[in-house]
Design a binder for this molecule. Structure first.
Ligand code: ADP
Length: 575
């Protein structure tokens, strides 16, 4: 049974329980019910945890079972299941927002949008927490400019403060070297979490970020980050629990400010895994101060950043329409701000569905694509974009925080123009946008001739081999082709139904069956789509991606039908 099916069964069960009257139960019935629930629970645990049958409770607690790994796996499984449909919901809400809506409908859509994004934020936090807990989190060691990073964090905090009477002061120690080695995305995450909390808990007053060079050794140095605010503060008895998972200072905090109580435990874990430390001091009603000390390595020689004026003159990217796939709200703002400053027209999409729609509706010059969008893989999105011949030469730049995701051969095969490792500075982004756009202009003529050649070479179908199998009998070939047409129409009808009911096993099976038919026709394009559908059903189970593949199939099929008629005419004429 696959997980989706299991969840459907659980939903049915929940529905049944809701309508059931427990008050009318006799004690014998209640005890029977309890027993069957217990055996159901054990069965479910086995399915989810893959626990060997017969493992008893005592073995779990006496080290026979790794509880942390189990929790992490459960969280990762459940988060994945929830993130995929949730991203679909957010994508469709984005599309809905672009249709004419009444004032009331608009309010409702915005409320749904806010709630879905909150939920997504919580799920992402849970996922991160689980990967930290299971020790799977990787840390980078790449060169970065700490001054730029602090400016960006401060800019993002200003946008969060928006509307409140709160001043943000930044105090940066100029002795800090221009370049350091470390994990800049983790550092941004730590600071944004702490600064984000300060913004949340200060209604009026001041937030200060101080960055000091605390200690310097031959190759290493220690930076101290002090984040202080004049907000509500934390009571003394709650301070000691503040870094524990799922803990908030007051029970009322969740009601008033939201949040999961996971942020600080993640921050502490990230800091300690990098051999740093964090401390907090606070006075109720006066304010709170967090101090973080983190080690970084020095970089010996890095080329000096270019003069911004030179860049402006040499790398003119004004008036470019740029589609950005980015799910993180803060990075979205930063990106929009940068692109608008350079005179570009940014289109920001936080998920695949909305992004592909924007691409269809606007004249996009270049795509910036975050490799890891929730629920979608960046490479899959590239494949879907490239499938449309109209976008064969559209420059695509991949952005990723993971240096290992840059695989030269894969990127080359997919036609990805460039790769930027996050976090990047503005100059690098601008240069890459500029050079990828130039590349497009040069590529157009070249690839046009290449395309014509490959199209002439590969026909959409080839019936010659089938004719040989029919021993040259054209009536038999005619009959087979009609049968193929029927099979394909049946496949389209069934798959549509399976996709509607979320029966991915059915989809996989149907795709498998039709693939062997298509192979006899040498309908290579449709075979490729079917193979991708089969793979998707076996691996990630991303229903939105499957729906997209199915749409591709349906829009591609009429060409195949036409080609079949033409082939039959040609064969009959030649014989
Ligand atoms: P949450 O997602 O709930 O904000 P955190 O782990 O980030 O979770 O914070 C835990 C709790 O610590 C918060 O709910 C709040 O009660 C308290 N807290 C954190 N930072 C501050 C601050 N700057 N001022 C006051 N209280 C804070």
């Amino acid at each position: 049974m696959d997980t989706r099916e299991l969840l459907t069964q659980l939903e049915k069960l929940e529905y049944g329980l809701d309508s059931f009257s427990f008050t009318e139960l006799k004690s014998s019935e209640a005890s029977r019910l309890k027993k069957s629930f217990e055996s159901f629970k054990i069965g479910l645990e086995e399915k989810v945890f893959g626990m060997p049958a017969g493992l008893v409770e005592s073995e779990k607690t006496t080290g026979g079972y790794d509880q942390v790994a189990t929790e992490s796996r459960l969280i990762a499984n459940v988060s994945h299941e929830i993130r995929t449909p949730l991203n679909g919901i957010i994508g469709f809400l984005d599309l809905l927002k672009e249709t004419p809506l009444s004032h009331h409908q608009n309010e409702l859509v915005n409320a749904m949008d806010g709630a879905s994004k909150n939920l997504l934020g919580l799920i992402n936090q849970l996922l991160e927490f689980s990967s930290l807990a299971s020790g799977q989190e990787k840390f980078e060691r790449v060169p970065f400019n700490p001054g730029n990073l602090i400016n960006e964090v401060a800019f993002l905090c200003k946008t969060l403060i928006n509307g409140k009477n709160v001043a943000l002061l930044v105090n940066y120690d100029e002795r800090i070297p221009k370049n350091l080695l470390g994990d800049p995305s983790k550092l941004s995450q730590i600071l944004l979490n702490l600064m984000g909390n300060a913004v949340k808990f200060v209604e009026e007053g001041e937030i200060q970020l101080k960055v000091n060079l605390k200690e310097e050794k031959s190759k290493r140095l220690f930076l101290e980050f002090i984040i202080s605010d004049t907000g509500v503060g934390i009571a003394n008895e709650n301070l000691k629990h503040i870094f524990e998972s799922y803990k908030q200072a007051e029970p009322s905090t969740k009601l008033k400010y939201g949040g999961s109580g996971l942020g600080l435990s993640i921050v502490k874990e990230i800091i300690e895994k990098q051999h740093g430390c964090i401390a907090v001091s606070s006075t109720l009603g006066i304010g709170t101060t967090f101090k973080v000390v983190l080690p970084f390595d020095k970089v010996v020689s890095i080329p000096a950043p270019s003069d911004p004026k030179d860049l402006e003159d040499n790398f003119d990217i004004s008036k470019k329409a740029i589609l950005v796939f980015e799910d993180d709200a803060l990075t979205q703002r930063l990106m929009r701000n940068r692109l608008e400053q350079w005179g570009c027209k940014p289109y920001i999409a936080e998920n695949e569905v909305y992004g592909l729609q924007l691409l269809k509706n606007h004249n996009i010059d270049l795509v910036l694509l975050d490799m890891h969008l929730p629920g979608s893989n960046g490479l899959e999105i590239v494949k879907r974009i490239r499938k449309n011949k109209e976008y064969a030469n559209l420059p695509i730049i991949i952005l990723s925080g993971d240096a290992y995701s840059h695989k030269e051969d894969v990127f080359h095969d997919l036609g990805i123009n460039d790769f930027i490792l996050k976090p990047y500075n503005s100059d690098e982004l601008r240069e890459k946008i500029y050079s990828s756009s130039q590349h497009r202009n040069r590529e157009v003529a070249h690839t046009a001739s290449k395309k014509e050649y490959s199209e002439a070479r590969t026909k959409p179908i080839d019936l010659d081999l089938l004719l040989q199998e029919c021993l040259g009998k054209t009536e038999l070939l005619d009959e087979l082709v009609r049968l193929f047409e029927q099979n394909i129409l049946e496949f389209i009808g069934k798959t549509k139904m399976y996709l509607q009911s979320g029966n991915l096993q059915g989809v996989g099976f149907a795709a498998h069956k039709i693939k062997s038919c298509l192979k006899m026709l040498h309908a290579n394009r449709l075979i490729a789509i079917c193979e991708e559908m089969i793979l998707e059903c076996r691996t990630t189970n991303n229903i939105e991606h499957l729906k997209g593949l199915f749409e591709d199939f349906v829009s591609e099929y009429p060409k195949i039908e036409k080609a079949m008629e033409e082939e039959i005419r040609r064969i009959k004429h030649e014989l």
